[in-house]
Design a protein around this ligand. Structure first.
Ligand code: NZQ
Ligand code: ZN
Length: 386
């Protein structure tokens, strides 16, 4: 097992009706920015729950944080927080609102041009505005991690940043919010969480036994509940297990002491930046092709995954690994994921050139757990995805 430090200060408040605890979690004299997205919280009652729980607080609202949150949008909130001297931020939404709030939190007191946080990937160690979240969409794990992904409109870049100072102070995770989600978003959430586990698991055999078993447990649970929660999101048993799987998939736990990959995400972010394909849907396109291209170095773990998660009984490693990829593709299809970039855009011809050039400019020439995902391999993966 590799050495590790596990630091996660998020107070995760999980379950029905937990939003009513907000006033215990935010200081009574705080001047709060309440940040949200395109307005779903007005339709499903979450806005009313939050404002009821925060009666008497000094609240300024900031709406309009879009899916794949834009730097240009969140900078408007940064100005408001500075001008009004607000000292707490509450994110009410999915991964996009939470990520947007992480950026606002880091940018308000940032010494320099906040765009550098993204373009120079500055690690945020302190001097942030404290924030909490009310999660409305299980998917990203952003409610319990210190990462964020922001898109810069002017350069069409989707970039991540993070650091120990951008963990939420608390996150309220009430699974009843799942009931109002469109099917597409539930499907996205299942596949995003599934791929988060795979990025931290599907590498090579190692001796971190517990991490593997936890990862496999999350994958099996997502496989078990995924199709049903997409059909009946109001079922509390399904919704609560879905929500907890998503948090556990990317709260840092299964990543400790193990090699990780993340190349599927890096390539996927470019597809969103280019074509605005939903985050999870980019992963469903790329992941199987990445496993195919990296077959030789991933096949042993693929076979383990096939055997333990999909109950494949084949004893030949190559055959079991291939079957495991096909099982994954079938599951993605069951979850409504298209397989190809061409199913989203007719104008995909230069995608591989564009992504390879970008990665080379950024110096990303050796991705993956073994550093063997070279620009040539990225090209092959993307071209296979057309
Ligand atoms: O904006 P509103 O009106 O709220 O509508 C949202 C949005 O249109 C809607 N929605 C959210 N909760 C709802 C709801 N509709 C009805 N009922 C509810 N309860 O869903 C739509 C999508 O929301 P969004 O927040 O964009 O989705 P998601 O949570 O999947 O977040 C995606 C973003 O997170 C990033 C992605 O790259 C993408 O930008 N990620 C963040 C990560 C992190 N911070 O750790 C890791 C991930 O890998 C990912 O990269
Ligand atoms: Zn993701």
């Amino acid at each position: 097992m590799l050495n590790f430090e596990l630091y996660n200060p998020v107070n995760l408040v999980f379950g029905k009706g937990q939003t009513s605890k907000l006033s215990k979690l935010i200081p009574a004299d705080a001047k709060v920015l309440l940040a949200y997205g395109g307005g779903s919280i007005f339709n499903n009652g979450v806005h009313a729950q939050v404002t009821d729980a925060l009666k008497g607080y000094d609240i300024t609202e900031f709406g309009g944080i879009e899916p794949n949150p834009r730097y240009e949008t969140v900078m408007k909130a940064v100005e408001i927080v500075r001008e009004k001297k607000l000292d707490f931020i509450l994110a009410v939404g999915g991964g996009s609102v939470i990520d947007g709030v992480k950026f606002i939190s880091a940018a308000v007191k940032f010494d320099g041009d906040p765009i550098d946080i993204l373009q120079k990937r500055i690690r945020i160690e302190g001097n942030t505005v404290p924030f909490g979240t009310v999660l409305t969409l299980p998917a990203t794990g952003s409610e319990m991690n210190s990462g964020s992904v922001i898109t810069i409109n002017s350069t069409q870049e989707k970039l991540s940043f993070g650091g120990p100072a951008v963990f939420p102070k608390f996150s309220i995770c009430d699974p009843t919010v799942v009931a109002s989600l469109p099917k597409r978003q539930v499907q996205n959430g299942v596949i995003d969480a599934f791929t988060h586990v795979m990025e931290q698991y599907l590498t090579y055999p190692h001796d971190a036994m517990l991490q593997d078993r936890i990862a496999e447990g999350i994958l099996q649970t997502l496989i078990e509940i995924g199709p049903d929660v997409a059909e009946t999101p109001a079922d509390y048993k399904l919704a609560s297990n879905f929500m907890w799987c998503c948090t556990m998939a990317l709260n840092g736990l299964i990543q400790k002491g193990v090699p990780t990959d993340w190349a599927t995400h890096m390539i996927g972010h470019e597809l969103t930046a280019l074509y605005e394909i939903d985050h999870a849907r980019t992963l469903a396109i790329i992941a199987p092709n990445l496993y195919r291209v990296l077959f030789e170095t991933k096949k042993e773990k693929l076979a383990q995954y096939g055997c333990r998660v999909w109950n494949i009984t084949e004893s030949d490693t190559d055959k079991a690994a291939k079957q495991a990829i096909e099982k994954t593709v079938d599951f993605f299809k069951t979850m409504g994921m298209p397989e190809k970039i061409s199913e989203y855009t007719a104008d995909y011809g230069n995608t591989a050139d564009f992504i390879v050039k970008r990665f080379e400019e950024r110096g990303w020439k050796a991705m993956g757990e073994r550093g063997n995902i070279t620009p040539d391999k990225v090209r092959e993966i993307v071209e296979m995805s057309y």
